[in-house]
Design a protein around this ligand. Structure first.
Ligand SMILES: N[C@@H](CCC(=O)N[C@@H](CS)C(=O)NCC(=O)O)C(=O)O
Length: 330
């Protein structure tokens, strides 16, 4: 049977991203929220031990959401516009959601004690559904301390908390303008990979206590929009003309943020890696940001640069204004 089997977790942004993408594409699939036992069984099928895992119709296994979904563009409904300019914008915003926005998810989840306790119990309940309350909460302590110990590695420290929160709130305000604007999604009435990547991070944050409260109070229609993006399988609609799609206030705001925050972040990481450094510092949103270097994020910049260089001169010129000085990094 031509079916994709997704093994993930309800508290995992990339798992929800892949599930929402398969729904929006209208491809037959199953969803398994993995228990500890499932994990032991399926994890040996992949190299990098991250979720979600996907078993494809030919029986092979894979687990990196972006290459997986891009490889699937020809199947079901496409999620990436074919127009080169809009395609680049879609992939840039998707990348920013996956690699930068995720820091807010990780920060809020493990920085605030109430959130850390809530989330650890949530994740452990999904992992050990029959352990009973005491069993769940005892084991939750392990995952809580493991995740907290990883915070500094991904740049989530007390020092970087203000820049991470400010940047996240800025994105949410832009998305609130989309949710209350004339089209349902970023590029029109059709969902795209950019919407879905943002949705994945935000959907889990809409459950975690601190961001949930902020979203409901400050961006209430974005909060409601998350259920629209969760299952767009029955929604018809089209993307706007590329010129119109990149001229809307929400898209312009996200492109400006990519230019002044995400691309400088990627560049600082890549420069530090090239210079053999173990960590880097960069000024973002007028504040200092610091984290360890990541090879994966250097590859992200290479991919974006390749996409930018493949654009025609007209497309690049049209995007330089909205991206601002950060376009020079590309
Ligand atoms: N680049 C990967 C990232 C996947 C990822 O980081 N998944 C997280 C959960 S959301 C994970 O598995 N972390 C390790 C762990 O939880 O043990 C993707 O896009 O799928």
């Amino acid at each position: 049977m031509s079916r994709y089997d997704v093994y993930g977790a309800l508290g995992s942004p990339y798992s929800l991203k892949v599930r929402a993408a398969l729904r929006a594409k209208r491809l037959p699939h199953t969803w398994t929220g993995m228990t500890a036992e499932d994990r032991g069984r399926v994890m040996p099928n992949v190299k990098a031990k991250v979720i979600p895992l996907i078993r494809t119709p030919d029986g092979s296994w894979t687990n990196d959401s972006t290459p997986f979904l891009l490889g699937l563009e020809g199947e079901g409904r496409a999620l990436v516009p074919t127009d080169p300019r809009l395609r680049f914008v879609c992939l840039l915003i998707e990348d920013m959601a996956d690699e930068w926005f995720m820091k807010a998810m990780f920060h809020y989840r493990w920085f605030y004690p109430e959130d850390a306790k809530w989330c650890a119990n949530w994740l452990m309940f999904d992992s050990l559904p029959n352990a009973g309350r005491e069993g769940v909460e005892r084991n939750a302590e392990m995952i809580r301390s493991r995740q907290i110990s990883r915070m500094a590695l991904v740049g989530c420290t007390p020092e970087t908390a203000p820049v991470i929160e400010a940047s996240w709130k800025r994105t949410c305000k832009a998305l609130e303008a989309m949710a209350t604007g004339p089209t349902r999604f970023l590029f029109g009435d059709r969902i795209s990979l950019a919407d879905i990547a943002l949705y994945g991070q935000l959907k889990v944050m809409s459950v975690d206590p601190t961001p949930m409260a902020w979203l409901r109070e400050d961006t209430p229609y974005l909060y409601r929009w998350l259920d629209l993006a969760d299952d767009a399988s029955g929604l018809d609609g089209e993307w706007l003309e590329p010129g119109a799609a990149i001229a809307t206030a929400p898209v312009k705001a996200l492109l400006a943020q990519a230019g002044d925050t995400y691309l400088p972040f990627l560049q600082a990481n890549a420069n530090a890696l090239a210079g053999g450094q173990e960590s880097f510092e960069v000024t973002l949103e007028h504040q200092r940001y610091r984290q360890s270097v990541f090879k994966y994020q250097a590859k992200c910049l290479d991919t974006l640069r390749a996409g930018w260089n493949a654009l025609g001169a007209d497309d690049r010129a049209a995007l330089r204004g909205p991206i601002g000085e950060g376009a020079g990094i590309l």
